[in-house]
Design a protein around this ligand. Sequence first.
Ligand SMILES: Nc1nc2c(ncn2[C@@H]2O[C@H](COP(=O)(O)OP(=O)(O)O)[C@@H](O)[C@H]2O)c(=O)[nH]1
Ligand SMILES: [Mg+2]
Length: 462
Amino acid sequence: MGNMFLDGTIAAISTPVGKSGIGIVRLSGKNALSIADKIFVSSNGRRPSQCPSHTLYYGRIVDKSEYIDEVLLGVMRAPRTYTREDIIEINCHSGIVVLKRILELVLKCGARLGRPGEFTRRAYLSGRIDLAQAEAVLDVINSQTKEALNAALGQLEGRLSGQINALRKNLLDILTQIEASIDFSDQDIEPNSLKELLKKTEKASQGVKELLDTADRGAILREGITCVICGKPNVGKSSLLNALLKRDRAIVTPVPGTTRDTLEETVDLCGIPLRLIDTAGIIRGRDLAEKEAVKRSRKALKEAGLLLLVLDTSRKLSSQDTAICRYISDRPAFVVLNKQDLPAKISRNEADKVLAGRKALSVSALCGTGLDRLEREIAGFIWQGKAASCSEILITNIRHQEALKKAWRSLKRAIKAVKMSRGAEIVALDIKEAQKSLGEIIGEIRCEDVLERIFSQFCIGK
Ligand SMILES: Nc1nc2c(ncn2[C@@H]2O[C@H](COP(=O)(O)OP(=O)(O)O)[C@@H](O)[C@H]2O)c(=O)[nH]1
Ligand SMILES: [Mg+2]
């Protein structure tokens, strides 16, 4: 076939290496069945190459006469498989020695080691899925919340691709109309077709823009948001982190300065993968370790999408509180009035002064009160009132976003050209450009560099 990624039969360990119930060695390609014949002895004496598709057999993997493992072997024949090639899946005991011995054995029998993502790459090259769907496979694997998973599954199912194809069809219609309305005397578009052409092009451009506008929310689902918990020592930052995580992650003690390093954990907050960072809470370091902690805290503060400034309401406001407030004055933040289970020493009024218009929320990290409201407010702030609904198609991928931007720019040029009654060829050129950009999303034209970038992010065996 001439494509190095379709040549030969590939094999890889498809499960994570470590102790677990089962591990899977997977083979895909022309020789998958014949390789399995050489190493598998089934309990009923059947050879994998004689077995019907989509069946599972109990037996042993042997190297000549040496017994290697007791396995279940799955036979899936082309074309109804992940790669559209013959696939053998060996479900063995998951120990690194067993998995490696089986892998080495199939390699010795003629398979070659699959590259990262090569199974999925074959699924794409064989035309079973398009590029956006192949990327969705990775998103499914990496998704951190149910909502992110839904978006990825929708894309894997081809919903984004369907939308892109619909947009491309609109552009094709426009091109057909341009062809039909050329006045052959001067290669211009006939004046009475211009109005309709403009309407169609504007509509197409709007469709692209609408999809593009979902990218911010898509990025939130896919990448998450970083939220830094700051405030002076002992106000309850680590307690708040633990409370939001719903488990004891950070060490909490009554001794100020317990947290030295910045601590990072991801929590599923109303569907948003929220990366919570607990900081040491000082803005001036005394010793080397503290100075380093300060450096890290400051870096985290700068890069955060949202800050939670924690105040201890059971104590009077101090200059340290106001100093931190000032330090973060230009950053998006909520003020968390913690320890509301204790008698208040800061009045709401007093707090309001430091807040400078920021939203303040009373909680008790210790008792867990006020946390639901805090979570809802954080989610509301992040979605800006536009939470993703599960039926909506979201752009979650930067590559797709860039391609849509290009398409949108081309269409804007086309609109301008129509308005100025430029020649048919000029308008058609911009429309074709837009069509090409949309085609990049689904990988209509194969570009090795792009494929390499995408599939190198996969693990071996997927
Ligand atoms: N009563 C009360 N104590 C709290 C609350 N949150 C934290 N604390 C206590 O305050 C102390 C300091 O908490 P910690 O989370 O380590 O503060 P950090 O230095 O800001 O990380 C610990 O003894 C906590 O148990 C709260 O909501 N109510
Ligand atoms: Mg702490």
